[in-house]
Design a protein around this ligand. Sequence first.
Ligand code: HEC
Length: 121
Amino acid sequence: MFLCIKMRSLIKFVIFTVLLLVIYLQQPLLADTVDKASGAKVFSANCAGCHINGGNIIRRGKNLKMRALKKYKMDSVEAISNIVTYGKNNMSAYKDRLSESEIQAVSTYVLKQAENNWRKQ
Ligand code: HEC
């Protein structure tokens, strides 16, 4: 009888641990898809007007393709979120229009898209 109770609580413990592990492992995946979705949304609402398909309708050379990002040292989330926050020349600042997490999401999205050469998803 005593053993039986012990076994049951052991089984409960194992199931609980496995469940926790599953939830824990799912999280980065979930965070990634949410980030990508909202990054894409922020981009199409705020950036696509000038940067449609990763281009630049005002200054063609300063586009969002990996080559240009590398050339102008914009190939990091920090650098992109910096230009988005404070703007530069003909690109306006977004610090009053976007939240910090939106800026983070859109910058991550831009870098990911550049890595994928702006292929349609
Ligand atoms: C009004 C048009 C316009 C909009 C809207 C705009 N940009 Fe820009 N963007 C520019 C221009 C012009 C430049 C070039 C700035 C410079 O270096 O002189 C630029 C440069 C950049 C660069 C650097 C590219 C490089 O190759 O150096 C990044 C990254 C960027 N924009 C991201 C964004 C993101 C993300 C958004 C939306 C939140 C956005 N831009 C909205 C016009 C725009």
